[in-house]
Write a protein that binds this ligand. Structure first.
Ligand code: ADP
Ligand code: MG
Length: 884
């Protein structure tokens, strides 16, 4: 017998579990030992030795190694060995950095790992899906990925999409009853849920029958492709730049070798000069430092509660010019409290805050009791048409489930109605809430076997479906006057920023089909709830900061226009002449018409998830880089279409998380702002060290080139150039990658995403500083060499030292787009330490005798040092105070 053929009782028996208790700790432990974790194997890491070898597959490194080999064959053993060692050390550093980056990516994966709702020891817990074992009872809602293979024991109109397994994208309706036939394929086992497939509608509960590789998905896991690490746009641009530099280097080498040989110089020394130039032209350390800066930035973002799912988002964030944010839960607390109730034609006020169950009902000044007409019935209906439950922890009440539903439970509780009342009713069917329908219904049977339907939802959705309304004397026809009274009450609540929910009922004859499309029509309107959802405290200032950073914030909500506008005004999001658009208006506008008004629009109300896609497209057509938030299943297309898709870590569904590039761990709008700030900072830091490293390369090329043109010997030997590029420049560059943001980073306009690596004056800065660094190095060499023509090593040591010192001073200029004086040089402690270490390393290769022959150095005197320091300060002194 297979699982789908067994009754639920038999499944429970076989797995020693009951679906209302769940497993106990002992069972879980024992089963995990027996079956292992609930993971699919096959997504293996690159083996370590391969990762190590990969460090040397870079074309540049290969050229270098070939050159070294030839130098070795020509008898330059010391140089050859020295270069080998530097390349090897650099390879090791690259290896460790890459491993670290991979680890931090693993950590990211861990953080955004799917969670599952399981019942253990009679308590619902949220656990990592990896820890699920056979026999666990799991609950799934629409938008969840099913975490393991399960036998369904309860289905509330649950539908799943199993294309990942079967290729079939039509939803499958799931139920709990056993199926008799033998040999059913997965797609026909409609009482089973399969790992990796998606709940698209409704909700359900199931018992896990297979985990990890023992699932249908596990059987085909070996066919799945593992996810690759994708490069970011900047990394791609840098790779391009690297290729150009290699070509430049090769051309230069060929030129020098050709001209030199033609002039009659020995081939060997010309070849060495060519290699030296090639080494000088290429920033060997750059790619590794970019990777490190990105992964460090990602970790800083985690500390600010933003998880990056796609590394490219780190860069795109800095270009964001519009944030389209959900209102409920992102800008507001998502802690609903019913403040007003409209029933029997009267407006009642409810006291009490949050989920506290203390509170009373008032009609103007008078406290109201349960005998107020229709009130108790309305509260009861609100409890029955409900998916939340109240939980008490340390005397404090909390809502498990949708806060909107939770608020209704608390409101009922304030009148003394407890959940035990609901036990008298039998649930026949539920039609779940979703943001498209904007309503939810249940069909229940009371003790006398009378059936009726309760619908709750947005008033403007419910009223057109109502033909009657309830008054003190009983049911009346809902005429125009009555409708207008109710609409007035809705407006009046919405203007106070209250979220409105209407509730209606209808009796259903036993023989009537429950599946008609009209089942929610002809309702009797009972009353309205108005609930407050206070804005999050940090949001107003975050919106303001974004505005100063040239980023527009737009609110998107399914709520009533007036509710949305009232909250938008509270948050200072909606300027005086700002537009508010409603879903039905959006339907009528074509994309181009929408483009005309979208720049003036700040609030979109009563929208459905489909509208979000239209909004994203219109903004993008206007040239914006759009960040879009979402939580429900239907939000996924808009999230995917946006430039930065953002999902909610707490309330978001698996589908939206998978579609997104950024996850907010705390669902908070303010976290988006922090992430953008961090994104801008990371990009600026990368610019800083690109500027720093390339200026050094420009300087090196110029020194070498000019020396050759002037028929001087080479001022720097390849080992020295490599030492500068990889070691003495490397540490400060890395420290620049950890620099704090400049004070005005959130006062600038968003970055143009198409801007090149050298945009905003950086090309000029690199070249001007590079020329100066090259020049002072050349002067240092020439003066020393002229006075000591037979001591070339002396001249080379002075040139080498000048180059390093000029860079170590120049690094402080790179911290700012403005003048060097706009920043405190000691602010970045890593930088100070890095500069000191580079200096120490320099001293070691100059003054430690065994190293002198390797690095072509000799002792320098104090006079030499003064000479060097004066020269090496010139580039920064000359340019540091300007913005240009
Ligand atoms: P948002 O999340 O943007 O605030 P929703 O789409 O969740 O908007 O809600 C839109 C409207 O649907 C609400 O204004 C409310 O009237 C109604 N509504 C919200 N949640 C529920 C629910 N659980 N049951 C019934 N109606 C609801
Ligand atoms: Mg909602």
């Amino acid at each position: 017998m297979r699982w789908y053929q067994l009754d639920v009782d038999r499944v429970e028996q076989k797995l020693h579990v009951t679906s209302n208790r769940g497993l106990n700790v002992k069972q879980v432990e024992q089963r995990r030992k027996q079956y292992g974790s609930n993971i699919l194997e096959g997504q293996k890491h690159t083996p370590r030795w391969l990762l190590f070898l990969k460090q040397f597959q870079d074309f540049m490194v290969l050229v270098l190694l070939a050159a070294t080999l030839i130098a070795g064959l020509l008898g330059e053993y010391i140089d050859a060995i020295a270069i080998m060692v530097i390349v090897l050390v650099n390879g090791c550093i690259g290896y460790f950095q890459e491993q670290k980056a991979e680890k931090s990516l693993d950590k990211l994966k861990e953080l955004s790992a799917p969670m599952a709702n399981v019942l253990r020891n009679e308590n619902w817990e949220k656990i990592n899906s990896r820890d699920i074992v056979v026999g666990d009872v799991v609950k799934m809602n629409s938008g969840d990925r099913i975490p393991a293979d399960i036998r369904i024991v309860k289905s509330n109109s649950m539908e799943t999409e199993e294309s990942a397994l079967t290729g079939e994208s039509l939803p499958v309706v799931k139920h709990a009853t056993a199926i008799e036939s033998n040999h059913l394929e997965a797609q026909d086992q409609v009482n089973m849920g399969f790992m990796g497939t998606l709940v698209t509608r409704g909700s359900g509960v199931g018992i896990v029958v297979g985990t990890g590789m023992h699932t249908v998905m596990g059987q085909i896991a070996s066919l799945m492709v593992s996810t690759k690490k994708m490069s970011t746009p900047l990394e791609n641009k840098l790779a391009e730049l690297g290729k150009i530099l290699i070509v430049v280097a090769l051309v230069l080498t060929a030129l020098v070798v050709g001209v030199g040989v033609f002039q009659g110089h020995p081939v060997y020394s010309m070849f060495l000069a060519g290699v030296s130039l090639a080494v000088a032209a290429i920033p060997e350390g750059l790619p590794a430092i970019v990777t490190v800066a990105l992964s460090l930035g990602v970790q800083r973002m985690i500390r600010k509660r933003a998880i990056v799912r796609k590394l490219s988002a780190v860069e795109t964030l800095g270009s964001a010019s519009v944030i389209c944010s959900d209102k409920t839960g992102t800008m507001t607390e998502n802690q609903m409290t019913v403040k007003e109730v409209y029933v029997n034609g009267s407006q009642l006020y409810v006291t009490g805050d949050g989920y506290d169950i203390q509170g009373d009902y008032f009609l103007e000044e008078d406290k109201i009791d349960t005998d107020f007409p229709n009130l108790e019935a309305m509260l009861l209906y609100g409890m029955l048409c409900n998916n939340a439950s109240l939980q008490v922890k340390k005397g404090k009440y909390n809502v498990d489930g949708d806060p909107t539903d939770g608020a209704l439970l608390i409101a009922a509780r304030k009148m003394g109605l407890t959940s035990s009342l609901g036990d008298k009713y039998r649930m026949v069917k539920e039609i779940p809430f979703d943001s498209d329908r904007k309503r939810m219904s249940v069909i229940v049977e009371d003790e006398n076997n009378m059936r009726f339907l309760i619908t709750k939802g947005a008033p403007d959705v419910l009223l057109p479906r109502s033909t009657f309304h309830m008054e003190e004397g009983g049911r009346k026809v809902l005429n125009k006057a009555a409708k207008s009274n109710i609409n007035q009450a809705v407006d009046q609540m919405a203007e106070k920023a209250l979220r409105t929910i209407a509730i209606g009922i209808k009796s259903i004859p036993k023989d009537e089909s429950l599946n008609t499309a009209f089942i929610e029509d002809d309702l009797t309107f009972i009353g309205l709830y108005g609930m407050i959802d206070p804005p999050r405290k940090e949001v107003q200032s975050a919106i303001e900061e974004c505005r100063q950073a040239g980023i527009k914030t737009v609110m998107i909500t399914g709520d009533h226009v007036k509710t949305a506008s009232a909250i938008a005004q509270k948050l200072h999001l909606l300027p005086e002449h700002g537009r508010v658009l409603e879903g039905h208006q959006l339907n009528q506008l074509s994309i181009s018409e929408l483009e005309d008004v979208i720049d003036d629009t700040f609030v979109f109300a009563r929208v459905t998830p489909e509208h979000k896609l239209k909004i994203v497209k219109a903004f993008q057509k206007k040239g914006h880089i759009v960040a879009m938030t979402g939580d429900g299943v239907n939000d996924a297309p808009a999230i995917k279409a946006s430039d930065i898709g953002i999902s909610m870590g707490m309330s978001g569904t698996d589908v939206t998380k998978e579609a997104s590039s950024l996850v907010l761990m705390d669902d908070n709008f303010a976290t988006i702002k922090s992430a953008i700030q961090e994104g801008r900072n990371i990009y600026e830091n990368i610019r800083k060290f690109i500027r720093y490293l390339l200026a050094s390369n420009v300087g090196e090329i110029l020194v070498m080139l000019f020396a050759m043109l002037l028929a001087l010997p080479l001022p720097l030997v390849p080992v020295q150039i490599l030492w500068v590029n990889l070691v003495t420049d490397g540490l400060p560059a890395m420290a620049l990658g950890m620099d704090k943001a400049e004070g005005d980073v959130m006062k600038r306009r968003p970055r143009n995403p198409r801007e090149g690596v050298f945009a905003r004056g950086m090309g000029y800065k690199i070249i001007s500083r590079g020329i100066m660094i090259g020049l002072v190095t050349l002067i240092a060499f020439m003066l020393t060499y002229q006075n000591n023509p037979d001591n070339l090593v002396y001249g080379q040591t002075v040139a080498f030292t000048t180059l390093v010192m000029a860079q170590l001073i120049h690094v402080f200029d790179c911290r700012s787009e403005n003048s060097i004086f706009s920043r405190n040089p000691f602010e970045n402690i890593y930088l100070v330490l890095a500069v000191l270490s580079s200096l120490l390393l320099l001293l070691v290769v100059i003054y430690w005798e065994p190293l002198q022959p390797i690095f072509h150095t000799i002792f320098l005197s104090l006079r030499d040092w003064i000479f060097i320091l004066v020269l090496s300060a010139i580039p920064t002194v000359l340019f540091g105070y300007t913005k240009k």
